[in-house]
Design a protein around this ligand. Structure first.
Ligand code: IMP
Ligand code: MG
Length: 333
């Protein structure tokens, strides 16, 4: 049994969905698995040129691969039902969807509480934090007790090759992120082992990042003043940087390479996939934050060269850096 993992190296929205879809389509995997989070996530997948968005169900479903919602995920039953109907309505085989009986159920009370207090942390108001709180307090409700979910429940040992689909990103991890402006689960590869495989089963770790940074929720590291910068606003417009789950405009900043280095290091990324390179080309501005300073380049090639120098010097085990513009596929993977 081998596990590959796709992890977000920033604040979510790094095109993990595209990468996992590309890998799932290869036919090399027996399962696609989500290991954490719930309907706070939003994965955009293109199948034959048609755009689909899911929040809970892993993207294996689009390619005939068994798709597992793991024991450390939290499930909103109404949202899950909606998604099943949406996928079934579009002709996908929803019998491939499996839910761990151990995952916890998000209740209406969790959602109401999150909605009432949302402004303090800028959450997605999906009741995620409250559900994980009750799980930790051992007062939560597990999926095994929900009649409607019975036909989807699956508690077998994963046997075969799997691709683990990350949700959110490094800086939203409950341990390593900018607490309390984080989500309530672990977004990092160590969390994927909650699916029930040992760390030594991990093979490749695909780290996903965009060529610029975005933040969809509240975060002191992304002040409102970023919205006044015309270049960053142009990136937001051209990159269509609006939340999939909330519709909120995302704050944009230049790629923070200091943070990227830490994320690569802790996640153990082997293969780095950098998306949306074309957006910087369109505004013809090329900048990174490195060593705490803003550095400008004259061209995308100059910027890529510097980036590769920094990354390859620090991480000799990175086997590949892939640039990807196309939202539909990842050439070179
Ligand atoms: P929660 O996960 O809804 O509690 O939100 C906590 C923080 O994580 C907020 O800043 C959200 O904006 C952020 N967040 C949660 N899920 C995602 C995601 O899928 N993409 C980007 N940000 C997210
Ligand atoms: Mg997303």
């Amino acid at each position: 049994m081998r596990a590959d993992i796709c992890v977000g190296l920033a604040w979510g929205d790094e095109a993990k969905g595209k990468i996992v879809a590309h890998l799932a389509k290869s036919g090399n995997y027996d399962y696609v698995c989500r290991w954490a989070g719930g309907s706070n996530a939003g994965h955009t997948i293109y199948v034959n040129g048609v755009k689909y968005i899911t929040h809970l169900i892993p993207s294996g479903i689009f390619f005939g691969v068994k798709s597992i919602i793991g024991p450390d995920c939290v499930i909103n039953v109404a949202k899950f039902t909606e998604e099943i109907e949406y996928l079934h309505g579009h002709g996908f085989d929803t019998t491939l969807i499996k839910v761990s009986p151990k995952c916890h159920v998000v209740t209406d009370a969790h959602i109401a509480e999150d909605q009432a207090t949302q402004n303090k942390l800028g959450t997605t108001a999906q009741g995620i934090g409250m559900c994980y709180r009750d799980k930790a307090a051992r007062t939560g409700i597990r999926a095994e007790s929900i009649e409607f979910l019975r036909e989807y429940l699956w508690d077998e040992k994963i046997n075969g090759d799997i691709i683990c689909e990350g949700a959110q990103g490094f800086w939203l991890d409950t341990n390593h992120g900018n607490y309390p402006f984080v989500t309530s689960s672990t977004t990092l590869p160590y969390g994927a082992c909650s699916l029930g495989f040992p760390p030594k089963a991990i093979r490749n770790i695909y780290g996903a990042i965009k060529i610029y940074d975005t933040r969809s929720g509240l975060d002191p590291d992304f002040p409102e003043s970023l919205l006044d910068d015309p270049d960053l606003l142009a990136i937001a417009k051209l990159g269509e940087e609006y939340g999939n789950t909330t519709g909120r405009p995302r704050k944009v900043n230049w790629l923070n390479v200091d943070k990227l280095i830490e994320a690569i290091s802790v996640s153990g990324t082997d293969i780095l996939v950098i998306s949306k390179v074309d957006i910087l080309k369109k505004i013809n501005k090329f900048k990174i934050i490195y060593g705490g300073k803003l550095i400008s380049f004259r061209s995308i090639d100059e910027m890529k060269f510097k980036l590769e120098m920094i990354i390859m010097m620090k991480f000799s085990d990175i086997t590949n850096i892939i640039y990807s513009n196309d939202p539909h596929k990842v050439d070179g993977l």
